[in-house]
Design a protein around this ligand. Sequence first.
Ligand SMILES: Cc1cc2nc3c(=O)[nH]c(=O)nc-3n(C[C@H](O)[C@H](O)[C@H](O)COP(=O)(O)O)c2cc1C
Length: 207
Amino acid sequence: MTLSASEVNQLKQAPAVEGVLPAVLARWSPRSFAGRDVSPADLRKVFEAARWAASSNNEQPWRFLVGIRNSSTHQKIFSSLVGFNQSWAGAAPVLILGVASSKFSHNGTDNRHALYDLGAASSYLTLQAAALGLASHQMAGYDQAAARQAFGIPEDYLLGAVIALGYQGEPSALGHEKLIAQEIAPRSRKPLSEFVFSAWGEPAILG
Ligand SMILES: Cc1cc2nc3c(=O)[nH]c(=O)nc-3n(C[C@H](O)[C@H](O)[C@H](O)COP(=O)(O)O)c2cc1C
């Protein structure tokens, strides 16, 4: 006995807090992806959102390799995933590899915030996806050296996460009991008092 995709989607929504962006409340990371393709127009929109993220010195160090199902790019990204991620992520119609230039383009010095900025752009991407009714799931579980080699990514670029993008699928389609249990488990978060401080370790008083 499992839940349907729409029941799980309901369960995964963050509790509504007035004024918080709907896409923030709606985004979560499924592992079951439906067969439905992402339209080229929607794919463009998620990258447009990423494009407008802030970055240190407006360097925009992010680069995204985008692999659409049945392409060699999709296959290369999929091949780099660890076994656990391969067990579900291959169904996603789009696999994206996020990469960041580690040097400032104007003088070649180290950009210590390159991965920070890639993360920000990736967050915009996932929130835009949620706003479009798309599902996304970021992954650190892949072989960076293999991905670097497969795409010929230069040494001065840092690898971030792989992002699976598509439409949420039925939990039962995952097949394995453990994966299904994870898919239908409620989400949890630390309370604000554990990470918003007025002095180190002291919870800030918020409204
Ligand atoms: C940088 C990063 C790496 C992650 N790596 C993996 C991964 O390799 N495999 C996986 O199944 N989920 C991975 N996740 C998904 C997280 O487990 C998930 O975002 C977290 O449990 C919170 O759940 P939510 O996204 O549904 O809110 C990753 C997420 C992030 C942001």
